[in-house]
Design a protein around this ligand. Sequence first.
Ligand code: PLP
Length: 478
Amino acid sequence: MKSPKPYFTNNVFELEESATERKALLDKIQSFSEDFIDTLDTQKAFHYDTHAATERDFFLKINRDKESLDDILAFFKERVVDTGLNPASGGHLGYIPGGGIYSSALGDYLAAVTNRYAGVFYASPGAVKMEDALIHWTGKLMGFSDGFGGNLTSGGSIANLIALHTAKHHKNITTSKASKSVVYCTSQSHHSIYKALKIIGLENCIIREIPLDSHFRISVSALGTQIKHDEHIGLNPFLIIANAGSTDVGAIDPMEKLSNISKTHNIWMHVDAAYGGFFMLTALGKERLKGIELADSVILDPHKSLFMPYGLGIVLVKNIDHLASAHAYSANYMRDAEMENQYSPADLSPELSKHFRGLRMWLPLKLYGESVFSGYLNEKLQLTNYLHQELKAIGYEVLCEPDLTVVAFRLELKNYDSDVLNKIILDEIQKDGRIFISSTVLEDKLTLRAAILSFRTHQKEIDLFLHLLKKIKHQLDI
Ligand SMILES: Cc1ncc(COP(=O)(O)O)c(C=O)c1O
């Protein structure tokens, strides 16, 4: 009998590799990854002046023809891995580092291979329950009582956006009310807060930057006075932004006091704990973050203080119904997915389809348990204390006692303009490349900052950093 003529023209099924082909691909990826991790100690934390390499990006272009995985990986290493910042390095002390633990990458691998539809309970009850378990664990860690809800986001900026949108919705800040509505923050608030206000249509609300105390924390008395004044002149105070670990110096605002004010004046209190929140896993962090449980919303970044690879934030809202009503939707084609007594992530955020990001957090927490993470965070606190003391000992000026794991400092030398001098130090450190730090502006002066948060940063890296600073100072101070 004649076989039937193929109806479809595509009889090439290369996207469905055979087991042998899959193994060959995986072996190469694995060997690349092993080599990357094994040589981290000798890799730079920062590749100074590598932008020229990426301008010649023609190898990264997508072509019609196939290329071999060996070639692709070689281009990837040259054009991507060996350029710019290396966040996987223990020498990364810039911005707020993360690190990227391996077990989390394996979680991502499994998430992509199984490709569960994590946004909707009906489609993947297991993936949604996993996300629920992670939200529950994080909320309890913050000290929230039952009734809270949350969402796993791509990072802190989107988590802030969701929280602020929920506050706006709950407080009914309509377009016509925006120009008389007031948000209270400080110059230490992260810029994602301002971005979020812009995105949610509150660009023209009144933003009051409240003065700071000598530790870069919000001045509670100035806040109280400002709110009373604003009420008196007929404005509508509706949102207080607190820092639980500011980006510049890691400052923690006094949250119990802020909560008292927010309750007295019926204002939503939001805590940006993107960096600091998981220090609740340590005794010192618990002490310093007292009052975080009183917030109406909190955000955290597991890709910072849980050392996960980039791509994971968390938003928590004290009353899950506020989060849900701010994101409520319905669509005919979603009717099969509607459930009673079970929110899906899609009910609680702007996303419908989403990365199955629960697995990258759940797998490491299941494998190692929370005490391992506490241990690493405690080590970072101790290293910060060490760096803080040693910087003073070698003649650098430290701006304030660190609340968490950021040390802000400057060198002041006779005959040098402070900004010029500290820019020279920054450039020298970056050119060396073994340690990476970033700068900011505090008290109108260029300020250097070291943030100790990578799981791969240990005493060796801090000693190298101190050695470099000592050497540079010596060269400049002759
Ligand atoms: C305090 C704080 N909030 C929010 C963010 C934004 O987080 P993400 O970069 O994950 O969007 C950051 C990022 O560094 C931060 O330090």
